[in-house]
Design a protein around this ligand. Structure first.
Ligand SMILES: C[S@@+](CC[C@H](N)C(=O)[O-])C[C@H]1O[C@@H](n2cnc3c(N)ncnc32)[C@H](O)[C@@H]1O
Length: 375
């Protein structure tokens, strides 16, 4: 049973409606409140990755709105779409995942936090510049984000190519997502990318569709919600009619050294958690101060059209001549700001990093255990 039928019917008519957040946590609070995010594991992955990090600097102000964003070849779907996709994929540690049209790598990075070090995380993207952008964002995440140490990460590998030209002898995956509209003609091709027991989520005929492979020749289909995505770009006919194929990344098994690092980090994390529960470590810095605004009197209703950044706000009497609602919000904001400064939390400690740095080990080994991260 869906938790919120009103939300669904709204979706079917015109897309999602979640009010804009002030920061990433606020956006996730809104997605939870509207039941787009429903499970703890998905919530944690969304909180761990700041959506604004995937925007170009000048557009970051829009990152916490429930809107798709497009600039040149770079394209992000709306947060409520990603929430539904992440929930529908039912991700588990150790699974293999293929992202068709992997774009900026935002989704693949969130997925990697759930798959953990023994999963497989592959993406295929048509545009070279977008794959370069995704690799740069991935490097920033690995180098600078504390989330990297809070989770065990399955690093995504991206290849350039048309996802409709995947070599027919490629391995199958436990989970597949397609980030662009699939034509009915390609439904069977897509279905065959998943293993028996696997799940495929894709926009098919204007519906976000979840297909579960129940047997070698059997699939179950569920329409999740009405959406509008730009269609997958069709392969160009190659020279002399030759069939082009794209090779997906190979599945590599970690070295013994890599496995040892994973085990040592796990053991240290367990020790930290035990210390915490025995009261041996100072209590966590005051949890994120929540600048919970008084809910806006007006609700931004957003038409989620993934083809472009299309959004329209249903106009409201407050919008035009009467800005009393805004004034009241400003007063509240001033109060909030004062309160925030008084209780400003200390920056969160990265306990794993501190622990590793305090170990009586040679420096190069500590750096190895820290994945050579700067932060
Ligand atoms: C909405 S974006 C996906 C964004 C992605 N989910 C993310 O986290 O950034 C759709 C992507 O599909 C890519 N695309 C479209 N047709 C494709 C094709 N035939 N093969 C591979 N990628 C394709 C586009 O270039 C675009 O980057």
């Amino acid at each position: 049973m869906r938790p919120d039928t009103q939300r669904d019917s709204q979706f079917k008519k015109m897309g999602g409606a979640v009010s804009a957040g002030e920061d990433n946590d606020d956006l996730i609070d809104n997605l939870k409140e509207a039941h787009y995010i429903r499970t703890e594991v998905v919530e944690q992955a969304f909180r761990a990755i700041d959506r604004a990090d995937y925007y170009l600097e000048i557009y970051k102000d829009n990152a916490y709105k429930d809107l798709a964003w497009k600039n040149g070849n770079i394209h992000l779907s709306a947060p409520c779409i990603y929430s539904e996709v992440m929930e529908a994929l039912d991700l588990q540690p150790g699974l293999s995942f293929l992202n068709l049209g992997s774009g900026t790598g935002y989704l693949s990075t969130m997925v990697g936090l759930i798959l953990g070090p023994f999963g497989v995380n592959h993406g295929i993207e048509l545009h070279v510049d977008v794959v370069e952008y995704a690799n740069q964002k991935l490097e920033n995440f690995i180098k600078t984000s504390d989330s990297f140490d809070k989770f065990e990460f399955c690093e995504p590998s991206f290849v350039v190519g048309n996802c409709l030209e995947i070599a027919s002898d490629s391995h199958q995956y436990d989970r597949v997502y397609c980030g662009a509209g699939v034509q009915k003609d390609h439904e069977e091709y897509m279905r065959n990318l998943i293993k028996v027991g696997g799940i495929l989520v894709m926009p098919l005929e204007e519906k976000l569709t979840k297909i579960t492979r129940t047997g070698l020749n059997t699939w179950e289909t569920e329409k999740i919600l009405a959406v509008s995505f730009a269609p997958l770009i069709q392969p160009c006919s190659s020279d002399a009619g030759k069939v082009r194929t794209v090779q997906l990344p190979s599945v590599s098994i970690g070295t013994l050294q890599d496995l040892t690092r994973i085990c040592i980090r796990r053991t240290l994390k367990n020790t930290i958690n035990q210390d915490k529960s025995n009261g041996g470590v100072p209590p966590k810095a005051v949890s994120r101060f929540k600048r919970r605004r008084i809910r806006r009197r007006r609700m931004d209703a957003i038409v989620l059209v993934d083809k472009q950044v299309f959004a329209s706000r249903i106009s409201n009497p407050f919008d035009n001549n009467n800005n009393n609602g805004e004034d009241m919000e400003d007063v509240r904001r001033d109060d909030d700001e004062k309160e925030y400064n008084e209780f400003k939390p200390d920056p969160p400690l990265n306990l794993l990093r501190e622990k590793i740095l305090s170990l009586p080990l040679p420096e190069p080994l500590k750096l190895y255990l820290l994945y050579y991260r700067d932060k």
